[in-house]
Design a protein around this ligand. Structure first.
Ligand code: AMP
Length: 395
């Protein structure tokens, strides 16, 4: 796996695919610069060696050229974070970009305009990729969030750099963290899978059954498993057509020696609302008119034991409807258990969508070993897919 360490960037121009798809307010101010900060280590390392940097990214989902999606809006913030004045080319290809790239001196940074102003980006157009490639000497991919897309700047461009290509620090860390969980993991390994639906997690479940010792299944998925086994789930969310699949997963887990842990009690509510009446009930005996919206105290006790005994933990998906305070306690408690286990030496990876949002919301981010930056990309990796953006560098 080639990283920045494999190259000498002195007097070289690195063309880096970053993910600067940051949120902007109505005055085009950056409201969350996490993604720019995340790319800083890679940029700093190259500049420190006497290289120069050409940054390319997308912003939003523009249809052709749309002023509001211009990356010029982020120039000020990027310059502040990087500590150098970031130059700008108002088109990512063509003469202006060519000249700006050619004139770039060691220590300087150039940001190209939104790649998605050209349809060719998402279409993975080879000629467009070639034009981008002509701007730099070494291609660096540091955008995990788009690594599962075979776009021109994330994948196709790599073919124009037969050997001069590598992963940036951020992307390398994502791959390394996932490998720590799925490949070189210290046992016991526990995966916590929550979220709303079995159907959206099934491929992940199937793929990681081979790699874990324990699997905690929570959130809305619980009820498909409980109903399939004959439990009474009231009005809880359930995918009836996935009941067979749920039983198949339980059977497969037994065969593979994976211990499955499902909530035994839940916080049931008489309405899908933060102000609903609630009661703790057995997960197999939810009264009619009530629905399970969070894991109950006995379940959390069980999960705690498993988590504290684990040496490797993967967390994807909340244990309840954490967006509503009344049903957030299970997810918060789980986050606390993982934090405690991490402090005791376990490796914990949080990734894939809503659990990342939960971890941030509850201030647990710094207590996890690694919090992934790419929702969809992380999910696809957990599903066992080879991401095109990663494959293109390894090629
Ligand atoms: P996912 O995107 O599949 O990870 O699902 C995340 C969503 O699942 C969150 O918005 C949660 O509110 C929701 N969720 C978690 N537990 C439940 C539950 N018991 N009933 C309904 N929705 C749930």
């Amino acid at each position: 796996m080639k990283t920045l360490n494999d190259f000498d960037f002195k007097n070289k121009k690195a063309i880096i695919r970053v993910d600067f798809n940051v949120p902007l307010d109505e005055n085009f101010n950056v409201t969350d610069a996490t993604r720019i900060e995340a790319a800083k280590p890679t940029i700093d390392a190259i500049l420190a060696q006497g290289g120069s940097v050409i940054l390319m990214s997308h912003l939003g989902r523009p249809k052709g050229v749309e002023e509001k999606y211009s990356l010029k809006h982020i120039l000020k913030t990027a310059s502040e974070i990087l500590g150098v004045e970031v130059k700008f080319a108002s088109n990512c290809i063509g003469e202006e970009a060519q000249t700006a790239a050619k004139d770039l001196k060691p220590g300087e940074v150039l940001l190209l305009e939104n790649l998605r102003f050209h349809n060719e980006e998402e279409a993975g157009d080879v000629n467009f990729a070639k034009e981008l490639a002509s701007l730099g000497d070494i291609y660096v991919n540091d955008a995990f969030g788009t690594a599962h897309r075979a776009h021109a700047s994330t994948t196709i461009i790599a073919q124009f750099f037969p050997t001069e290509k590598c992963f940036g620090t951020l992307l390398a860390k994502e791959i390394e963290s996932l490998n720590k969980v799925l490949k070189n993991s210290e046992k016991p390994v526990t995966a916590v899978l929550g979220g709303s639906k079995v159907s959206s997690k099934i491929t992940v479940i199937e793929n990681i059954l081979d790699k874990v010792d324990h699997m905690i299944i929570g959130g809305g998925m619980t009820f498909t498993f409980i109903k399939a086994q004959g439990g009474k789930i009231g009005e809880s969310i359930c995918e009836d057509d996935k009941q067979e699949l749920a039983l198949e997963i339980l059977r497969l887990a037994k065969e593979k020696g994976v211990q499955i842990h499902i909530p035994v009690d839940v916080v049931a509510a008489d309405d899908f609302s933060n102000t609903a009446n609630t009661q703790i009930v057995d997960v197999t005996a939810i009264p009619d008119g009530w629905q399970g919206l969070d894991a109950g105290p006995k379940s959390l006790e069980n999960f705690k034991k498993v988590i504290l005994d684990s040496k490797t933990i993967l967390w994807n998906g909340p244990l309840g409807v954490f967006e509503m305070e009344t049903f957030s306690k299970g997810t918060i408690a789980l986050g606390d258990f993982i934090a405690e286990s991490t402090q005791n030496g376990a490796f914990s990876l949080v990734g894939g969508g809503d659990s990342v949002a939960a971890v941030k919301q509850f201030g647990l981010e710094d207590k996890m070993s690694y919090v992934s930056t790419g929702g969809g990309a992380m999910l696809e990796m957990l599903e066992g897919k080879i991401l095109p953006g990663i494959a293109a560098i390894l090629d």
